[in-house]
Design a protein around this ligand. Structure first.
Ligand code: GCB
Length: 588
């Protein structure tokens, strides 16, 4: 699905700001047809943002169920005779949209966009009432999964199997935009690059609607045309191409045209390949240095925030990171656009987290995960839809170098194989040009995991020195090395997609003890030493970039403190160690 972008033929209005808002505690909104009139009893709420940290009542912060957002928008008078589309970038986790009195869209999945054409429901120059019902509930049929129950006080309580807080609301922009009636509906790009001859290639496929000639032009960063083609499919040759890379994130621009419609996209010409245990970018081995991140911050919660994004990328650059994982869901498209321009390599993850019903503090010992009544056919269908939406949204980003289709599923359970085989195949079919992976959990070590051979990279999350060997870095070092050497037998590139320790900012201890900044630093230093002894380990992503909010739990003092930066984005001691490690000339 194409992101809204202005062009000579397209006009996009972001509907950010204050919306009328109401909790639907009693679940009466739908029966009461709250979309039909100005939302009764409404307060105001910021969009985009999670609503949870903008309220003062515990019951509202923890609300599970529906909330309603509504605002009026004036449809520009100049949009007469145009195609008009209403779009939500993210409604977490379930969104239903009305244009005036008419329901126009419904979407499950909290981190990917959905839209509906509303041309026949609006009139240029008139006000349009837009209402969005957003549901925060999760179930065994949703991705991620959860289990709702009733409290004695009659409230809905949600249990989920991931630690980050279940923020909800309109987390990204809502848009009203217009295009010509004949228009470009979608666009898929692929790129090739031969480092020997510097010959580059851009393949394109346009989905178009309505009559009109179709053509494309590829321009360099200065605007000069370097190649062109006619028709909805083609291959553009770029002799002497300037490839996209973290050190030189050079972007061409593809201008697509169908009839009167124009749509332009930045294009980074680059290749990603797995060659044995090496990951190659433009034919050269690349080492990933960076973090698992979260879209998380004070007040906004999971709401997209350009200011936070700019700070986060400034810190990534400062510390010498070249990559991150969109743990544990697709991030705002603005983040990937920025990663393209900043030259960050991204492992792009589907929102499939918590598919492990017996895990640690969150699960039940011995619980089965995959099968009827638990993560069964409905969840598999939702998971497939989530993978499809992730890939079709993000496939044109140079920064995206791999698809992660899940985080820490229970892949020691035999049934995981039948669950994951079709998903891995679907991801590969949707995009044969990028490696497909998932982040392996500690309870599925090499001798127990049943799915790793289905994937291109071995991605492992390991907490030696924290959940395993707590407080004992000597044992941790030996155990981490032994396990990674066992993974190396797959002969595939290994990315340690999580390792780290909680550290309460300001807590120091000599000798280092758990929860201190010094222990976090020592654990990261130990892990980095191990990684450098094993050639197959080609990536290290510390968990986490910054402290983040979690569900309330006895082991989470004010959230998860594994951040190398605090939640307000200031460095802990480990940040200086990583900066030293990652900015040394030899760190490539
Ligand atoms: C993990 C999860 C991550 C958690 C982390 C932790 O393995 O993938 O979502 O936040 O551990 O700190 O427990």
């Amino acid at each position: 699905m194409l992101a809204p972008r202005d062009s000579r033929s397209r006009d996009c209005r972001r509907l950010d700001g204050l919306w009328r808002f109401r909790f639907d505690t009693g679940g009466e909104g739908t029966a009461g047809r709250w979309w039909q009139e100005p939302l009764p009893g409404a307060r105001e709420m910021a969009v985009p943002a999670s609503y949870n940290d903008l309220v003062t009542e515990a019951a509202e912060r923890e609300h599970v169920g529906d909330v309603w957002y509504q605002r009026d928008v004036r449809v520009p008078a100049t949009w007469q005779d145009r195609r008009i589309v209403l779009r939500c970038d993210a409604a977490t986790h379930h969104g239903t949209v009305w244009a005036g009195d008419t329901q126009v869209a419904e979407h499950a999945g909290g981190y990917t966009p959905f839209e509906a054409e509303v041309t026949d429901l609006v009139r240029g120059g008139e006000l349009l009432r837009v209402t969005v019902r957003v549901g925060s509930e999760l179930s065994m049929a949703t991705i991620p999964p959860g289990v709702a129950s009733r409290t004695a006080a009659g409230r809905t309580r949600l249990r989920y199997f991931h630690d980050f807080f279940n923020y909800a609301g309109l987390h990204r922009s809502v848009w009203l935009y217009s295009t010509p009636r004949s228009h470009i509906a979608d666009l898929a790009l692929g790129t090739g690059y031969d480092p020997g001859t510097a010959a580059g290639q851009v393949t394109y496929h346009l989905d178009v609607a309505g009559a009109g000639p179709t053509s494309v032009l590829l321009r360099d960063a200065a605007g000069a045309v370097v190649a062109g083609g006619a028709g909805p499919d083609g291959v553009l040759a770029v002799p002497q191409a300037r490839p996209w890379s973290p050190g030189d994130p050079y972007l061409y621009r593809l201008d697509a045209r169908h009839g009167d419609d124009e749509y332009s996209l930045p294009v980074g010409v680059r290749t990603v390949q797995v060659d044995g245990a090496r990951l190659l970018l433009n034919g050269e081995p690349v080492r990933l240095r960076g973090f698992g991140m979260h879209e998380d911050g004070v007040l906004h919660g999971k709401g997209h925030d350009d200011a936070r994004m700019v700070r986060d990328f400034a810190l990534l650059r400062w510390i010498g990171a070249n990559s991150f994982r969109t743990s544990h869901y697709p991030y705002a498209e603005e983040v990937l656009d920025y990663a393209d321009r900043q030259g960050l390599l991204v492992i792009d993850e589907a929102p499939a987290v918590g598919l492990h019903l017996s895990l640690g503090n969150m699960g039940d010992p011995g619980a089965r995960t995959f099968g009827p009544g638990v993560i069964g056919e409905e969840a598999a269908a939702a998971h497939l839809a989530a993978v499809r939406e992730l890939i079709t949204r993000d496939r044109n980003h140079a920064s995206v170098i791999a698809w992660s289709i899940a985080n820490e599923p229970d892949t020691a359970e035999a049934a995981a194989r039948d669950y994951f085989a079709p998903l891995a195949a679907a991801a590969r079919e949707l995009d044969p040009s990028r490696p497909v992976c998932f982040a392996n959990v500690a309870t599925a070590p090499p001798d127990a995991d049943v799915v790793t051979d289905l994937f291109d990279l071995v991605c492992v999350n390991r907490y030696y020195g924290w959940y395993a060997d707590p407080g004992d870095l000597e044992s941790a070092e030996a155990d981490l090395e032994a396990e990674l050497r066992a993974w190396a037998r797959h002969g595939k590139p290994i990315v340690v997609t999580e390792f780290g320790a909680d550290a309460l900012a300001g807590l120091h201890a000599l000798p280092p003890v758990m929860w201190s900044e010094d222990y976090q630093t020592a654990l990261i230093a130990m892990s980095a030493r191990v990684f450098r002894r094993i050639p197959e380990v080609i990536g290290e992503h510390v968990w986490n970039f910054a402290d983040f909010a979690t569900a309330q739990a006895v082991h989470r003092p004010g959230g998860n403190h594994k951040g190398v930066f605090t939640r307000d984005r200031q460095p802990k001691a480990a940040a200086w160690l990583l900066r030293d490690l990652w900015t040394r000339p030899s760190s490539e």
